[in-house]
Design a protein around this ligand. Sequence first.
Ligand code: 5GP
Length: 132
Amino acid sequence: MASIFTKIIRGELPCYKVAENETHIAFLDINPVAEGHTLIIPKEEIDYLFDLPDTLLADTILFAKKVALAIDNALGPVRTGVVLDGREVPHAHIHLVPIYSDTQSVSLGRKLDIPGEIMQEIANKIAAEVNL
Ligand code: 5GP
């Protein structure tokens, strides 16, 4: 069965899209731990990030870099952190978590309740800064 991320990639489920090219997509995490929490996803459905072929893994990191810099420009965090978990959705992905203060923890623990229209605004702001 297709992963939830493959269904989003196919357009069968909605998302707050931030960036897309032939091989990758980035959209906001539906349960954000910070404003602008974004998922970086290779379109090829492989469960474990470190099972990706070397070239695809490298491209995934480079795609993440471009989106992280767009987050930095759009939202002005101190920097953007990275979380790798992958136990909930078996389709490789990288979490980009903007860090707004020195006391903010970068973990997948506490979710924020951000209204849909604000999520869309955040996605639009980041998308406007992405240079693929
Ligand atoms: P992990 O697999 O790294 O533990 O977590 C998967 C992440 O995907 C979670 O942070 C979860 O909120 C997010 N997620 C799960 N289902 C969806 C979905 O349908 N849409 C979006 N945008 N994010 C999702």
